[in-house]
Design a protein around this ligand. Structure first.
Ligand code: ADP
Length: 422
């Protein structure tokens, strides 16, 4: 362990990467400092582990660092000024919305994978919180969810700063289990769930003027071509987005501007923002490992303070369903030129067998099987072990966040499977 002081000049940031098995404590001795928009108080200490972050200062500061960082360097080239400028634009829109009882900015952040989209959402949410707003964070990134495990689309109102230690508050998230980490598996279901989410969020905004005025920040997947692009356009329309922020890619920016203009939607502003040089690119392996670790986070917490509960029940007690044809619906494995004969929104019961081992299942709020499609999930279970005979009878052991009966009787299966879970 090494304890040292570091002074950061104004408008500079300290970029730090700390490995999962190491930790670094950062304290603020003098001046101002923030991590992705969340302020560090004078004398406060923040612990970082398994993260890549930047500590930014507006007016300069003196930091106290204790611990081990894999990477640590200072940079004066940050996009923070541009980020503050858009924040000011949104602030005006919120104030105006509040005075006339209208809707505040609905902002969508788009860009390729690893362009800093989630980070930008977080910064803008934290800035809005600092001024007393309570924006809604909507995460459409099924590959790497910030609110719920991978394979979900989710939304949550944010009332407390999003910090490196606590992440997003998970009090009342609205979560739909899409069940896959790419929309190719069932693009119709993805669209259906985005529309459903939009309807529920509109209802909430209509009931609470402050929620409406605070607006939304929508994070998206990094797939910005072909079907990925089509889904961005679909989500802009469904969620009534009025500000699109494009991180980096000039081509995506001009394509969106021209397509939205052609769709005669002049009320939508499309702005391009620079990508931060600090954003770290992840390899497909790291991405896979991150996904598994997000599922572990759900059950064990961050830090690992939760006590999940393992339960063994008769297989006949489980009502498992899947939407569409699951893995078989994947267009890439169909013979060229043939359309899928499966109805992508059809709900089919799944017979309990070994293929559900190591799978993540959503526990639906549905009261009937027909409702599964249109309602959100209450939580998740992870199937640890299946001991069934050929006729499907036997036992199933699953991990749940806590003891007791499940919060719903219908379970939703997708294709999210985590090997080497523990
Ligand atoms: P995306 O959402 O586009 O995939 P992220 O916002 O998740 O990208 O950023 C990728 C990684 O880079 C994350 O681990 C994030 O914490 C890190 N990161 C982002 N901005 C910075 C920065 N300025 N300095 C250091 N790390 C950063």
């Amino acid at each position: 362990m090494t304890l040292r002081e570091l002074s950061l000049a104004k408008q500079h940031e300290l970029r730090v990467e700390v490995l999962p098995d190491k930790k670094l404590t950062v304290g603020l001795r003098r001046g101002d400092a923030e991590i992705f928009g969340a302020q560090i108080g004078l004398g406060e200490k923040v612990t970082i582990h398994g993260q890549k972050i930047a500590i930014f200062t507006y007016g300069g500061c003196l930091l106290e660092l204790d611990g081990d960082a894999e990477v640590m360097y200072t940079s004066e080239e940050t996009p923070m000024e541009a980020y503050i400028n858009v924040h000011n634009v949104f602030e005006n829109q919120r104030t105006k919305a509040q005075s006339n009882g209208g809707q505040g900015p609905r902002v969508m952040v788009v860009g390729p994978t690893d362009s800093g989209k989630s980070t930008l959402c977080r910064i803008l949410i934290n800035y809005a919180l600092r001024l007393g707003w309570s924006p809604t964070f909507v995460d459409l990134d099924i590959g790497q969810g910030s609110i719920a495990p991978p394979g979900t689309i989710a939304a949550t109102p944010v009332q407390l700063p999003v910090t490196v230690e606590d992440g997003y508050p998970l009090d009342v998230p609205l979560v739909f289990y899409f069940g896959h980490t790419t929309p190719v598996q069932n693009a119709n279901l993805y669209k259906f769930q985005v529309e459903r989410m939009a309807t529920l969020l509109d209802r909430r905004a209509n009931r609470h003027p402050t929620v409406a005025a605070s607006g939304m920040l929508v994070n998206t997947m990094g797939w910005v071509e072909g079907l990925g692009y089509e889904l961005i356009l679909h989500a802009i329309k469904a969620l009534k987005v009025d500000n699109v922020l494009v991180v980096g890619q000039e081509r995506l920016h001009s394509q969106l501007e021209s397509d939205l203009r052609q769709a005669r939607n002049p009320r939508i502003q499309v702005l391009r923002l620079p990508k931060s040089g600090g954003v770290v690119t992840r390899s497909p392996e790291t991405r896979r490992a991150d996904r598994a670790s997000r599922v572990r986070d759900y059950f064990y917490g961050v830090p690992r303070t939760l006590m999940p509960h393992s339960e063994t029940i008769q297989s006949t007690e489980l009502n498992i369903y899947r939407v569409g044809g699951g893995r078989q619906a994947q267009s890439s494995i169909r013979p060229a030129g043939t359309a899928s004969l499966m109805n992508p929104l059809k709900i089919t019961p799944v017979r309990v067998g070994n293929e559900i081992s190591n799978c993540l299942l959503g526990v639906s709020h549905a009261r009937t099987a027909e409702e599964i499609l249109s309602v959100s999930v209450a939580g998740f279970i992870f199937i640890q072990r299946v001991d069934v005979r050929d006729d499907g009878e036997g036992t199933v052991t699953y991990l749940a966040p806590g003891p007791g009966s499940l919060p719903g009787r219908y379970l939703l299966l997708g294709s999210i499977e985590i090997l080497n879970f523990t």
